[in-house]
Design a protein. Structure first.
Length: 271
């Protein structure tokens, strides 16, 4: 596991600090106001690390920030530091699971579905056009000006964009600040809202209670990683024993250098 940063070294793109900072409704409002270029009034305090699933045996998701405004628009915001190469489909899953929870059983009027806005903030260019912002809504291929108007919007923000003329200067400052949440970056921001956000985040970083929580979170990650490694080693040992018992020494040799073949054997033996 990578060497642990101190709490004061964390940036808003680091999941722990993002979740802690977004427990404050003012930070969520500031972020949404700047991203959407509008005044967003939250109906309820935002939720961080909100777990959702459609059934107990289905795939769960954890939403970084889940907020509802006074117009009943649902905002789901993620800080995604690593490119997992599945983010478009991941956003689709998030959209589907959120939608599945919006109508009570028996309600047949689908027009009652809330508008849902999903935002992913990343320090890399997912689509390769060097934009700060990519906004996706459903449109007709045959009639490009025809919008489906289903109330679903997905926005991907790239902190390393190169076309400032297409977005507001304040959004660019926000993205730079999220990537480097320091006094130095805050001081060069012209946005008073970002400077006020930085003051609140400075208090989060200076909190002894948050420091303890951060250390506990890091220790839990180490324990989970160690447990995963232990379980993985036990599975491999069981596979090797079965191959030896059956005299499949060629398979044993191949599995040591071919991880895909090893996975195939694990599946074969249902380990």
């Amino acid at each position: 596991m990578n060497q642990r940063k101190s709490l004061k070294e964390l940036n808003l793109l680091d999941k722990f600090l993002f979740d802690e900072a977004m427990d404050d409704p003012e930070n969520v409002k500031t972020m949404l106001d700047i991203i959407l270029s509008q005044n967003t009034n939250l109906k309820h305090p935002p939720q961080t690390e909100k777990e959702q699933r459609t059934a107990t045996d289905n795939r769960q998701i954890r939403l970084d920030v889940y907020a509802i405004d006074e117009d009943d628009v649902i905002h789901e915001v993620e800080a995604q530091k690593e490119n997992t190469h599945n983010l478009p489909k991941r956003s689709r899953l998030y959209q589907g699971i959120i939608d599945s929870k919006l109508l009570p059983p028996g309600v047949v009027d689908f027009n009652l579905l809330n508008e849902v806005l999903i935002v992913l903030i990343m320090p890399f260019d997912l689509f390769g056009y060097e934009l700060y912002r990519y906004t996706f809504q459903m449109r007709c291929e045959e009639v490009p000006e025809l919008k489906l108007d289903d109330g679903a919007t997905r926005i991907f923000l790239n902190t390393k964009g190169k076309h400032p003329e297409l977005v507001s200067p304040e959004l660019i400052e926000l993205l730079k600040y999220m990537e480097h949440s320091t006094d130095e970056v805050s001081e060069i921001c012209k946005s008073e809202r970002i400077q006020k956000m930085h003051s609140r985040i400075f208090q989060v970083k200076a909190s002894e209670k948050t420091e303890v929580k951060y250390m506990q979170s890091w220790e839990e990650k180490i324990l989970i990683k160690q447990e995963g490694e232990r379980i993985g080693l036990e599975r491999i040992n069981r596979l090797n024993q079965k191959l030896i018992e059956q005299g499949r020494f060629d398979d044993l040799t191949k599995a040591t250098s071919d991880s895909n073949y090893q996975k195939k054997l694990l599946k074969e033996f249902k380990i």
